[in-house]
Ligand binder design. Structure first.
Ligand SMILES: NC(=O)c1ncn([C@@H]2O[C@H](COP(=O)(O)O)[C@@H](O)[C@H]2O)c1NC=O
Length: 517
């Protein structure tokens, strides 16, 4: 059985003073002697709780603007003595050092200082040295010491003190938390240094890539039922920390589809709805409002939209919710919901309703490969290539503004389609999507077939990368599309332009490619 270890003496040194007075008072009332650093001690004393300043203990003043406070053998011997060993207890007695049974520390706000845009010198000054040393020492010595790094644990501390201290199992758990705390802190410091100073080349990529995640949720399973899976969060918000307002637990595939859906919906400035299955759109549309956008997106491919994941770039209205409630939908994600909309959606027991404020914000993407990882800058719409103002007319009549806007919609919507991607659009809505084929001809055929004869005729077509031969384009022109937008840049561009000209179709080059795998 795990025996509780009474707490007689505590060392408290915290930057974040949240809950400090209550903690100090509670510890004192339970007979715990308190030792503390500069402003922590001042705050405790001001609350009327007796406290010994660490400099009284060390006989050495805190100095160098706080760079040296607790870095002293009288402090560290008191934390690190393994009280299970007679020899350690005897040495402490010889040295006149009292042991600590509790260490409460939280660290200088390094990450927050970097995020505030502070100067490098200011960031460096916020690298805590004494704090992590105490935390690591106490965590190492968990058989004798309990360590706490978060005000969220103060309640547990006060409960434990009243019931004779933490048992070994609890001290191990606290030590694990403490090492996670210092590891995440060090990764933040190392990553900042790598970004600021380490790279001797001009690649723009640091020579060290550190990231820390905390487990958010254990998922029922992964992509398939025989694969275990869990969600991890990096603390920056986004989809991983979306608020679930209704429905069953999110699954692994729900997360990947919802991520793709948000990426698609936020590519458009107007109210936009994207309906995604297996990370591909079965409909994307813009409208005067989200209800109209949803009607248009759903009409693209109602068969495939069954069991889809819907993302919206505006708050969901009651009118849109009424429409969605009639269709079997796995997930809906939006920045918010107008009054009454969640209640309408919640009529269906299983639909997962998520609130995730703001557009997807990731700046880089990391893809694991065997033995390593690839990192790339996240693909975003480009100011020049994705704005029709920067396009080149390759052949045909220049489109009037309204039609150019239609083609621009097709181009943006095509970015959400897995390569090779061909997307046909009309009236600000996708009408035929050819996705994920291993040649562009099949993608073109699929897009035309899904649109059907009537919708393909007069549609605006986009291709995520250049046509390597005229054959893919000819499928589109044969179906009667009105205009085509593609990056251009093939060695056979001339043949492709010639084919468009022959068919009397307008074609623009963007100069920008959007492969999506
Ligand atoms: N230098 C040291 O010896 C040292 N010892 C503790 N600290 C930190 O000082 C802070 C508390 O200081 P104060 O009680 O003065 O507000 C804590 O965040 C703690 O992690 C130190 N500061 C930086 O390294």
């Amino acid at each position: 059985m795990s025996v509780n270890k009474p707490i007689r003496r505590a060392l408290i040194s915290v930057y974040d003073k949240t809950g400090l007075e209550e903690l100090a008072r509670g510890l004192h009332e339970s007979g715990v002697e308190l030792v503390s650093t500069g402003s922590t001690a001042a705050r405790i004393a001001a609350a009327g709780v007796p406290v010994t300043k660490v400099e009284e203990l060390t006989g050495f003043p805190e100095c160098l603007d706080g760079r040296v406070k607790t870095l002293h053998p009288r402090v560290h011997a008191g934390i690190l003595a393994d009280l299970r060993l007679d020899a350690h207890r005897e040495q402490l007695a010889e040295l006149g050092v009292e042991p600590f049974e509790l260490v409460v520390v939280n660290l200088y706000p390094f990450r927050e200082t970097v995020a505030s845009g502070a100067t490098p010198d200011e960031c460096v000054e916020q690298i805590d040295i004494g704090g992590p040393s105490m935390v690591r020492a106490a965590a190492k010595n968990h058989p004798s010491v309990a360590v706490v790094t978060s005000p969220a644990r103060y309640g547990d501390v006060l409960d434990a003190v009243k019931s004779g201290g933490f048992d070994l199992t609890a001290r191990k758990r606290l030590a694990a938390e403490a090492f996670q705390h210092t590891a995440a802190y060090d990764v933040a410091v190392a990553s900042w240094f790598a970004g600021e100073y380490a790279a001797a080349d001009d690649s723009g990529f640091p020579d060290f890539l550190g990231a820390t995640y905390a487990r958010g949720n254990v998922l029922r399973y992964g992509e398939n039922p025989h694969q275990g899976a869990a969600l991890y969060v990096d603390g920056t918000g986004g989809l991983a920390e979306a608020e679930q307002l209704h429905g069953k637990e999110m699954s692994y595939n729900n997360y990947t589809d919802t991520d793709a859906a948000r990426r698609a919906a936020y590519d458009h400035d107007e109210p936009c709805v994207a309906i995604i299955k297996h990370a591909n759109p079965c409909g994307i549309a813009v409208g005067a409002d989200v209800a109209e956008a949803h009607r248009k997106a759903h009409a693209c491919d109602p068969l495939s939209a069954f069991g889809g994941v819907i993302a919206v770039n505006r708050p969901v209205s009651v009118a849109m919710a009424e429409q969605v409630a009639d269709i079997f939908t796995e997930v809906i994600v939006a920045p918010d919901y107008e009054d009454g909309a969640v209640e309408v959606l919640a009529r269906k027991k299983n639909i997962r309703v998520l609130r995730a404020p703001g557009a997807p914000a990731g700046r880089v993407e990391v893809k694991p490969i065997d033995g390593g990882a690839l990192l790339q800058v996240t693909d975003r719409l480009q100011a020049d290539g994705d704005d029709p103002a920067g396009w080149t007319l390759a052949t045909g009549e220049a489109l009037p503004a309204a039609e150019l806007a239609e083609l621009a919609f097709a181009w943006r919507a095509c970015r959400a389609v897995k390569s090779n991607a061909i997307l046909l659009a009309k009236d600000g809505a996708s009408v035929g999507v050819g996705m994920g084929q291993v040649n562009r001809v099949d993608s073109a055929k699929l897009a035309v077939e899904r649109a059907g004869e009537e919708r393909a005729r007069g549609a605006y077509a986009a291709s995520d990368a250049f046509f390597p031969f005229p054959d893919g384009l000819e499928i589109l022109t044969a179906a009667g599309v009105k205009a085509v937008v593609q990056p251009g840049g093939s060695v056979r561009d001339e043949l492709v332009v010639e084919a468009a000209k022959k068919a009397g179709v307008t074609m623009y080059f963007t100069g920008t490619r959007h492969f999506f795998h």
